[in-house]
Design a protein around this ligand. Structure first.
Ligand code: JFZ
Length: 460
């Protein structure tokens, strides 16, 4: 063990009520909204085929012209109730919004900069309005905050001399004050999602990331902080130099998920975030993004995939510059939410099903009370799935969730070998219902367990 002052604060996952609540959410709504939502990936008539929130950098837009977008951020069609309705339609249990992205624009009226929503034509406090609308629907609100800041004069990517050190110390002080301000203005916030911490300057100041986590936890009891904030004394990120997770959950899965058979990730709390188009977080109006939107069942597959390995899934939305939600994203949210309304039993509060190997046709999940679910996201053409039960168990019942649709919820199955069963569902898929979910009930295996063929080449 290396002696660290700013390493992990614990070796085990948190088990307090606030953390348990976050863990059970499983489905969240990410929101990227800022000045970049206005040009939406298009500048001077040309589509810029890159993430919309990177437009000022990719298109090398002069700072003054970027800042002038604030005059057009009129929120003509912004209604926080409609955003919250979309989260409800999706079945999201929490929402995480960009309070400040890399361009430095703040969605709240910060006392520490002029570059904020309070200085746009409407002057509305959108964070307060959103918190009110979401919390009224029982949905937790978390804040995304980019430490990286392209606009602040004291931001540094690297620290090459004393002047850089001094400037960056001022920057860290500024960012700390903004975070204190957020915690003070919006004390019901449930978590912070930090980003833009990968540069050498931040890695050389692990103490500051430790201090931010400590400050937030002192001010907001139960607050949940992601690992992307953190660097330790030696500049190790997410996981400290002793291999322990910093922050409360791992937030490194971004537009990718762990391998579905990699059970090792289930030992930690984690969250994956995902775009609806291939690769833009902010709203991008061009075909480059709009022709790549995910199918709702792709999203359902990812939700089940994350749940099966004990992780949350944060699906990103990019509202448009006028404040309206993109209709295509609302449509996807609605389809996913309809599936969750029928099958959410297999997702919310569920996690890794110990002893149930990755089945290939989908995922196994297990509820807090021990009920096991088979989520069939890749239904085999044979119309059959095999269930390999943990040793010593026998199959007692296979019941389709949403049984009202079929008349009877129980499906026939046959035993192929000890603990190996086959369920035939072919021809019984429900048009438009999406992936089927079966609740799998087991009991102790009766009779002697037959000896296995000794074959060292067969991995079982
Ligand atoms: C960052 C941002 O740059 C991006 O705009 C968006 O906000 C996203 C959620 O976070 O992008 C990243 C951050 C980390 C990785 C990739 C993209 N990563 O660790 O692979």
């Amino acid at each position: 063990m290396i002696e660290l002052k700013y390493g992990a604060s614990r070796a085990e996952p948190r088990h307090d009520a606030a953390m348990q609540r976050f863990r059970e959410h499983r489905v969240g709504q990410f929101i990227h909204w800022g000045l970049y939502s206005l040009p939406a990936g298009r500048w001077e008539g040309k589509d810029v085929e890159f993430a919309a929130e990177f437009l000022p950098r990719v298109a090398k837009i002069p700072q003054q012209r970027w800042e002038a977008l604030a005059n057009d951020f009129t929120l003509a069609d912004f209604d926080p109730q409609r955003w919250a309705d979309t989260a409800v339609a999706l079945g999201a249990r929490y929402m995480t919004i960009t309070t400040k992205h890399h361009d430095g624009f703040c969605l709240w009226p910060s006392a520490h900069t002029d570059f904020h929503m309070g200085n746009t034509p409407s002057g509305r406090d959108v964070l307060a309005e959103l918190i009110q609308a979401y919390e009224a629907r029982g949905i937790d609100v978390n804040f995304y905050y980019s430490v990286l800041d392209w606009r602040h004069p004291d931001w540094r990517f690297r620290l090459e001399n004393d002047a850089d050190n001094l400037a960056f110390a001022r920057y860290l002080d500024f960012a700390m004050k903004q975070l204190e301000e957020l915690a003070e203005r919006y004390p019901s916030v449930k978590g912070f999602w930090f980003d833009g911490t990968w540069d050498e300057s931040v890695k050389a100041n692990g103490w500051w990331t430790w201090e931010v986590e400590r400050m937030l936890k002192a001010r907001i009891p139960g607050v949940v902080v992601n690992s992307r904030l953190r660097a330790d004394d030696l500049g190790a990120r997410h996981v400290d130099s002793n291999g322990l997770l910093m922050g409360d959950y791992e937030s490194g899965y971004e537009r990718r998920l762990p391998e579905p058979w990699d059970h090792s990730v289930a030992a930690r709390d984690w969250e994956a975030c995902m775009t609806i188009p291939q690769a833009s977080w902010g709203y991008h109006q061009g075909p480059w993004a709009q022709s790549t939107l995910k199918h709702p069942w792709d999203v359902v597959d990812m939700i089940a995939h994350c749940t099966s390995l004990g992780g949350n899934f944060l699906l990103n939305f990019g509202p448009r510059g006028d404040g309206s939600m993109a209709p295509a994203e609302v449509e996807i949210a609605t389809r996913v939410g309809e599936w969750l309304a029928v099958n959410g039993e297999a997702i919310y509060g569920c996690g890794f099903a110990e002893g149930w190997d990755y089945p290939g046709w989908g995922y196994f999940t297990r509820s807090g009370s021990g009920e096991v679910f088979a989520v069939v996201t890749r239904a085999p053409a044979s119309g059959r799935i095999r269930l390999r039960l943990p040793a010593g168990l026998a199959l007692a019942d296979v019941r389709l969730l949403g049984k009202g649709l079929l008349g009877s919820g129980t499906y026939p199955f046959k035993r192929l070998a000890d603990s190996l069963y086959e369920v035939e569902f072919g021809g019984r898929q429900i048009e438009g219902a999406g992936p089927l979910v079966f609740a799998v009930e087991t009991c102790a295996l009766a009779g002697p367990v037959s000896a296995k063929e000794p074959n060292p080449d067969v991995l079982d």
